[in-house]
Design a protein around this ligand. Structure first.
Ligand SMILES: NC(=O)C1=CN([C@@H]2O[C@H](COP(=O)(O)OP(=O)(O)OC[C@H]3O[C@@H](n4cnc5c(N)ncnc54)[C@H](O)[C@@H]3O)[C@@H](O)[C@H]2O)C=CC1
Ligand SMILES: O=C(O)[C@@H]1CCC=N1
Length: 284
């Protein structure tokens, strides 16, 4: 595995990119690319829902299409950003173009394997399975990347350049670990949002006005995340420095530990990992 941070701007060598599906994840990736100066005319999106197409065109000034056949014809990179449930149908509809043009195909779908994408697109296709997350919109995402054997060095570099617009990237050698990537970082922002909801609600339950509870909870998460990522202290050490013996933090942490927080996080991530495997089998 190797990690790398975001470069200043996406390389013009990326060429045209066809996004198939213009929902939440595609919007986050496109937002990250646009914010880093990508050529808007080269970001093509196929999205069947008219309201979503209009919003993408309005917010990012990029070309949008109702049907995927249009953008894929001229794009050397495809980003499949549809739900796992429809991936097979979407790929099979594009198989003849994939066989004729040999694009680099990137899939962000949870669970769906590179072998499934390759098979549905007719075989011998360069597939990079990517698992980004929605902070990509701010260039603050992280993506796990797995390449199949058909992906050459130039295509690996292209996949990395595309995802680096979204934030950091980590290559994963064994595809079986992509479900764990999905469970930790793909779904991970939702766990932090849940913590934010719970902290805000608890603050309000203690009598804080809603706006104050929100500001206190959200800025605490932001500040703690910056301390975790901008310094090199371990999380446990940072926690120790907040925790005065016999003080308030100790009372809270003991309550979390007694309630099995660590075991609960492990079971939640295990459930997400298993769900990724199920999605692959269920939509084969
Ligand atoms: N939302 C997230 O945080 C993350 C999502 N993902 C993956 O990204 C994929 C998309 O997820 P979301 O963006 O959350 O879902 P979404 O439902 O917001 O977006 C999917 C879009 O695909 C469109 N679509 C359906 N059929 C289509 C077709 N035949 N051609 C073109 N577009 C079509 C839908 O209208 C929809 O707008 C999923 O496979 C998910 O596993 C991966 C990482 C994080
Ligand atoms: O919930 C899901 O299945 C997708 C994959 C990771 C985040 N959202």
């Amino acid at each position: 595995m190797s990690a790398s941070a975001a470069p200043a701007s996406p390389s013009s060598a990326l060429g045209s990119i066809a996004f198939i599906g213009g929902g939440n994840m595609a919007r986050s990736l496109i937002g990250g690319l646009v914010a880093r100066g990508a050529d808007r005319a080269s970001l093509l999106v196929a999205e069947p829902v008219p309201e979503l197409r209009a919003a993408l065109a309005r917010d990012f000034q990029i070309p949008t299409f109702e049907h995927s056949a249009q953008p894929v014809a001229s794009a050397g990179t495809w980003v499949l950003a549809v739900k796992p449930q429809v991936m097979r149908e979407v790929c099979q509809a594009l198989a003849s173009v994939a066989q004729a043009t040999r694009p680099l195909v990137m899939s962000v779908a949870a669970g769906i394997t590179a072998a499934q994408i390759d098979r549905w697109l007719g075989g011998n296709v360069a597939v990079v399975r990517a698992m980004p997350n929605t902070p990509a919109l701010l260039g603050a995402g992280v993506t796990g990347l797995y390449a199949n054997a058909q992906v050459d060095d130039g295509q690996r570099a292209r996949a990395l350049a595309l995802m680096q617009s979204a934030g950091a990237s980590v290559w994963i050698e064994h595809e079986s670990l992509m479900d764990a990537v999905t469970a930790v970082s793909g779904s991970g922002p939702a766990y932090v949002f849940l913590l934010a909801e719970a902290m805000q609600a608890a603050g309000e339950a203690q009598g804080l006005p809603a706006a104050a509870a929100r500001e206190l909870a959200l800025q605490t998460i932001l500040g703690a995340a910056r301390m975790l990522t901008e310094g090199d202290e371990a999380p446990a050490e940072l926690r120790r420095r907040v925790t005065s013996p016999g003080g308030t933090t100790q009372a809270a942490i003991e309550t979390f530990e007694a309630g099995g927080l660590r075991e609960l996080v492990a079971s939640a991530i295990d459930a997400a990992t298993r769900r990724g495997r199920e999605l692959s089998a269920a939509h084969d």
